[in-house]
Design a protein around this ligand. Structure first.
Ligand code: GLC
Length: 433
């Protein structure tokens, strides 16, 4: 009887399982989402042959470098100082729980061993090694999850032609074959999900290059979830999430803040886990002239803000062409790590708190404990309008010092002793009855 039922079920859904149209995440996927939301902090790495030119990952389009000229770059890309263990240890020490690395960016160059093209680090550089393989091994050793960024758009390939909104001035291509391009992506995604062990997620980017194209997401997402059901899919399309995606991402923006012209609209913000990505300076790929290094305070407060908006922070570094990460960036990551060692409990495993974020504060929450992160050291009186939860205690985090407060019909008012106001974050632990 059971067998007959199963057979009928298989006949109904087809032997290949459900299509992403009817996507119902597996238990392992749902578990991975919870892990992701608890993890809160990841390292984004933009690394490719473009790093040689020290002008960011868009240099091919920004300098209108022809395909022929750009293809000279791999011939002298030789990152002999690349040390996957050192990168992973650096991330771990910064308090990061996962790494998302560019497996192939818009320039179309594959930083991994691929049989679907010769334009790869293994086949076209003197280095000849698969950096993703080394990174996957190092991550596994340290218990860090690995995610792959994968560009949907490609400035190099024939079959992607005609290009979309970008790289119009890049010479060297004239014919296109969309179905061949889709086939190519599927072949590469299969490799990425087969050759590197368990993958935390795939981070798509570039949809906005051809907004109306048929990207075959249904097939692509299904392929990924069939190969690794737990693998989380996110797509940086700046729109509402589509069927088959597992998290929603926000580029250089806290969810709903919409400070960027490409920002997702408020109504497009959904219920899936969220991730904000931001640069440690002003660039994704290595940029020699970028001096906009964010301060310790800016970086730590960004992480706190992201958590208060119910989101992870994916903080980016762009390694240099030799495989090293700039020393000031390494130092900044260490500083965040030191802060998290003391205050991590108020970030990891939390969800957005019930106190709404303002310019001066955000809140995170774990069960009955609300962590109020006060980010303005110039004010010692905090007013939370409309706060009507029953309070069991209010104290400074990490210290049993009780705080004076007044709760009335208007809300909750707290007074922080000036001596404990922290220039980065004064954390107040509110226990609710
Ligand atoms: C943008 C940029 C891309 C970068 C990405 C990271 O989409 O075009 O270069 O990889 O942001 O969020």
């Amino acid at each position: 009887m059971k067998k007959t039922l199963l057979l009928i079920l298989f006949a109904l859904i087809g032997l290949n399982g459900l299509s992403q149209e009817d996507y119902a995440p597996t238990a392992s996927n749902l578990e991975a989402r919870v892990w992701f939301e608890d993890a809160k902090f990841g390292l984004f790495i933009h690394w490719g042959v473009y790093s040689i030119l020290g002008d960011g990952e868009w240099v091919m389009q920004n300098q209108n470098i022809s395909v022929d000229n750009y293809e000279k770059l791999p011939t002298f890309f030789n990152p002999i100082e690349y040390n996957a263990d050192a990168w992973v240890k650096m991330a771990k020490n910064a308090g990061m729980k996962y790494i998302t690395i560019t497996s192939r960016h818009h320039d179309g160059f594959s930083m991994f061993d691929s049989q679907a093209t010769d334009y790869t680090i293994v086949k076209s550089t003197p280095y000849k090694k698969d950096i993703l393989k080394e990174l996957a091994t190092a991550c596994r050793k340290e218990g860090i999850k690995l995610f792959f960024y994968y560009s949907l758009l490609d400035w190099n390939r024939d079959d992607y032609f005609p290009r979309g909104r970008t790289a119009k001035g890049v010479k060297g291509r004239s014919n296109g074959e969309w179905s061949s391009y889709i086939k190519f992506m599927k072949a590469q995604l299969t490799e990425l999900l087969t050759n590197y062990g368990e993958i935390g997620g795939i981070w798509f980017d570039g949809h906005w290059d051809k907004k109306t194209a048929n990207w075959h997401y249904d097939e692509i997402y299904k392929l990924i979830h069939d190969l690794q059901p737990q693998c989380l899919i996110g797509n940086n399309h700046h729109e509402a999430t589509k069927m088959g995606e597992d998290f929603q991402m926000f580029e250089k923006d806290l969810p709903g803040k919409a400070t960027q012209n490409f920002a997702s609209k408020a109504e497009d913000i959904g219920q899936l886990p969220k991730e904000v990505c931001e640069t440690i300076n002003g660039s994704w790929g290595f940029n020699l002239q970028d001096n906009k290094h964010k301060s310790r305070k800016e970086l730590i407060q960004y992480l706190i803000n992201a958590a208060g908006y119910g989101s992870n922070l994916l903080l980016n570094v762009g390694p240099m062409p030799n495989g090293k990460i700039q020393s000031n960036h390494v130092k900044s990551l260490e500083e965040i790590g030191s802060w998290l060692k003391v205050y991590g409990e108020t970030i990891y495993g939390t969800r957005a708190g019930t106190i709404s974020p303002t310019e001066d504060m955000v809140s995170t929450q774990k069960g009955k404990i609300l962590y109020l992160h006060w980010l303005n050291k110039n004010k010692d009186i905090i007013f939370i309008p409309g706060f009507n939860e029953k309070i069991s205690s209010i104290k400074l985090y990490g210290n049993n010092q009780k705080l004076r407060f007044k709760k009335d019909d208007y809300g909750l008012t707290l007074k922080i002793p000036e001596s404990v106001l922290d220039p980065i974050d004064t954390i107040i632990e509110i226990t609710i009855k």
